[in-house]
Design a protein around this ligand. Structure first.
Ligand code: MRU
Ligand code: ZN
Length: 444
């Protein structure tokens, strides 16, 4: 697990090049793009932090400037910087920095099957941009997951490291954290991780040292041995496998479209292809779901982001479903092997009629969900819709009923899952049947 600033890369570069770059662009971002959801959310967080619910763009820009001066690691600051930097990197205006000892080592470790991940206080967007636009080109294939203070928590507390290990499905004692900051190393160690301090002249913690952590002056001094039980990170899923999954998803989608459950481009499907690290094949976004082909599929990771397979990017068909993040979340949460999302009238109608959930009992059809046909009541949860998959995922996690492999998303549709694709389909058909019955029963 790699920290970036001060560890793989010079802090001076961030402070000297990137901060001024962002500072110059915040004004326009806050005024011209205030309506974008990420900007809006960050502005809301800043207002809350300032205790000034009415703070205008100029006030917020000033606060951001002051935080940059203090090098304060505030989440909304990181978010907005992330946006500006990602665009700077994408346009080629910015190129990231890595110490010369780092890339040879990362390549070597990656080739040896060591799984490399990133945990940095910069936002995930900024981290991806950093790796994606290095002086040696796109390094993202070297890294697996990216964690920041928003998806993992603050870097100085052990619970963040525990959460990361859990998310990765990694045994804490088999993770090594490389950082230049002793407080972070302490927190990682408290979570059971191995640690090594990277102590480079000129970096902020050089003088104070690495506490009682083993330390190196460069990655060249590090030797990582992969023992037994380590799952190779390499490309675990081949392009052919993804395409075969695409064919299966296309067949399922055609069936659901035939039922009228995936009108137009609505709905999406996924199937798990690997667990460690998590990989799902998910339908490509924006396609007519009745006409998918084996190529209308994208391989995504445990957060729903597109990843490359063995034969280069398998994402020949473009972007993953806009809801891929929720599919991945359902899989992480429930251990499901496949997820079906359909836009059915009955789901939306019943979501409206029973916003607190739909209680079902005494129906033979419940046996199709593993629930007894008599005497047991189960609730099909209804959650509020959101365009933000993290928000939707949180709602699903909170509302989910362990016995019910489905959730209704109000004003939107139905999510159903199962151990594999056939079971997810069976569950979808059963749940939809139950919803249609409720609609037909007409009870208010
Ligand atoms: C009418 S499509 C609505 C979409 O926003 C979404 O809800 C959906 O189900 C399909 O999205 P997609 O990105 O094609 O997988
Ligand atoms: Zn949808």
């Amino acid at each position: 697990m790699l920290d970036i600033e001060g560890t793989t890369s010079a802090t001076g570069f961030v402070v000297g090049e990137l901060y001024p770059y962002a500072r110059k662009r915040f004004g326009r971002l806050l005024t011209e793009r205030a309506a974008e959801p990420e900007v809006r959310r960050a502005v809301g967080q800043i207002r809350a932090m300032l205790g000034e619910p009415a703070a205008d763009a100029a006030r917020i820009e000033r606060a951001l400037g002051a935080w940059l001066d203090e090098d304060r690691k505030a989440t909304p600051l990181k978010t907005l910087q992330g946006i500006v930097w990602a665009e700077g990197f994408a346009s080629g205006e910015l190129v990231s920095h890595f110490y010369p000892d780092v890339l040879p080592r990362l390549r070597e470790w990656h080739a040896a099957g060591v799984r490399l991940h990133v945990y940095s206080s910069g936002s995930v967007a900024a981290q991806r941009a950093w790796f994606g636009h290095s002086p040696e080109g796109d390094l993202r294939p070297l890294a697996g997951e990216f964690y920041d203070t928003e998806n993992a928590g603050p870097k100085l507390v052990a619970t963040s490291y525990e959460a990361i290990a859990a998310d990765l499905g990694a045994v804490p004692g088999r993770v090594l954290f490389l950082s230049d900051r002793p407080g972070e190393l302490d927190a990682a160690r408290a979570a059971g991780w191995h640690t090594a301090g990277v102590r480079r002249p000129g970096e902020p913690y050089y003088e104070s040292g690495m506490g009682d952590h083993p330390e190196v002056a460069s990655f060249a001094e590090l030797e990582i041995r992969t023992g037994t039980g380590a799952a190779p990170d390499g490309p675990v899923v081949g392009a052919d496998e993804v395409r075969r999954a695409g064919a299966r998803l296309a067949a399922e989608a055609a069936r659901f479209a035939g039922f009228g459950w995936m009108r137009g481009t609505s709905g999406n499907l996924s199937v798990v292809l690997a667990r460690d690290p998590l990989r799902l094949a998910v339908t490509a976004s924006g396609r007519d779901k009745g006409e998918l082909t084996e190529d209308d599929v994208v391989l995504v990771d445990g957060r729903g982001a597109a990843v490359a397979g063995t034969a280069g990017p398998v994402a020949g068909a473009g972007k993953p479903s806009a809801e891929a993040g929720l599919h991945a979340r359902v899989v992480r949460l429930t251990g499901a092997g496949a997820v079906v999302h359909v836009h059915t009238v009955a789901a939306v109608a019943m979501g409206r009629r029973r916003p607190g959930g739909i209680v079902l009992r005494d129906l033979e059809m419940l046996k199709g969900l593993g629930v007894p046909a008599e005497g047991t009541a189960v609730r099909l949860p209804v959650i509020a819709n959101s365009q933000d998959m993290d928000v939707l995922g949180d709602r699903l996690e909170e509302a989910r009923e362990p016995r019910m492999p489905a959730v209704v998303v109000a004003g939107h549709g139905l999510y159903v899952w199962g151990e594999d694709l056939p079971q997810a389909r069976h569950h979808a058909e059963v749940v939809q049947w139950l919803l249609e019955l409720e609609v037909a029963s007409g009870r208010e």
